[in-house]
Design a protein around this ligand. Sequence first.
Ligand code: URP
Ligand code: ZN
Ligand code: ZN
Length: 462
Amino acid sequence: MGICLKGGMVVNADRSFYADVYCENGIIQLIGQNLDIPSDTKVIDVRGTFIMPGGLDPHTHMQLPSMGTVSSDDFFSGTSAAAAGGTTMIIDYVVPDKNDASMFPAYYEWRERAQKSAIDYSFHMNITSWSDKIAAEMKQLTDNEGINTYKFFLSAKGSLMLADEKLILGFEHCRKIGAMPEVHAENGDMIEFMQHKLLEQGIIDPVGHPLSRPPKVEGEATARAIMLASMVDCPIYIVHMSCKDSVSAVRRAQAAGIKVFGETCPGYLVIDESVYSNPDFTFAAAHVMSPPYRAKEHQNTLWNALHAKTISVVATDHCPFNNNQKALGKNDFTKIPNGCGTVENRLEILWHFGVNTGRLSANEFVALTSANAAQIFNIYPKKGRIEVGADADIVVWDPKKEKTISAKTHHMNVDFSVFEGITVKGCPVYTLSHGKIVYENGQLCTQKGDGQYVKRLKYTFK
Ligand code: URP
Ligand code: ZN
Ligand code: ZN
């Protein structure tokens, strides 16, 4: 039986128009007025709402082993929470072992873990060491397994960080095999230097976290990564940008014709670094992620960068840890597991603080939450567009509906919300994944295993 969404306004990244949308067999079949649909169709009256492409969150870490523990959402709880927030696809990061280990065991492990996803998913691969073997495996993963993006770390010295000589080889290789590098752009040498200094001075509390990774650390690494990639003629994607310094590096490069894409996260747009000086360790530690939340003055620059298209994607970097996990760093801020859980809140935060304030149009909202990521990661218009033939991954959005965000009521498996107490106006009323309702007016109806693995084709660079 098909579903028809009747009476709403379709909002794509490029235009909006009133139309009914009929979905069957997981696909959008018809869009228009007075549709000729089967008599047994489930017709849903969605007058007063926006019918938008379901969110595509291209940066998540479900059940990620990290810093001596594992992020607290698994692929079912995390993707269910995503659906409750209007997101219908995630791209998660596979983390292989270091020291030249094959990437395939990790890839298969992530495929196995993700079997229980409630919505569609795909993978990026972290590059944690460099060798001819890794290079050969990257080609296999890109040719055969649908992975066309590889994340390189300029931070995390002693674990994930790669030296420039390896980055150059890695970026050049991405270009060759039709893949795109992504970078975690913070200067790992400088972070280590600052962490030692701070600990020597007796600064062990979470306040040391932003002090050890100031904006310059991000600006330097962003500019360096972009320049290295451009010198081997390779497009590059900068994940989780948080500050003016990285925005100006990206803006400068784009103005010079260099192909670089920027991503930021909802928290960076609305939360500032004062959270780290809170005397309550639990509260401060719950905000520890990298890069850290910044001084308020950076937020305006990020909003402007969204409007100016310097940054084209808002992702979450969802990586939740419970308060007892964060306590691993009680006596040393460098040991606090890095990450926050926000996969459920991305759309509502961006709508409330972006669209309701007039900073963004509804069309820009769609671009930032799905369409741009679908294009950048090569799965458009299967994802990211309300169009006949596209996957019926849809969020029906009520711009008048209000809700107060709280860890007590959210669906993420984490006991803290960095957005606790914020009342947002504009929420999903229905989320459809492959034409099936997975969220309806506060009720989750996701099923384990309904999500499908989405292979992403390699790029054909000119
Ligand atoms: O603090 C963060 N961002 N944790 C997740 C891992 C990463 O670097 O994206
Ligand atoms: Zn990162
Ligand atoms: Zn991340």
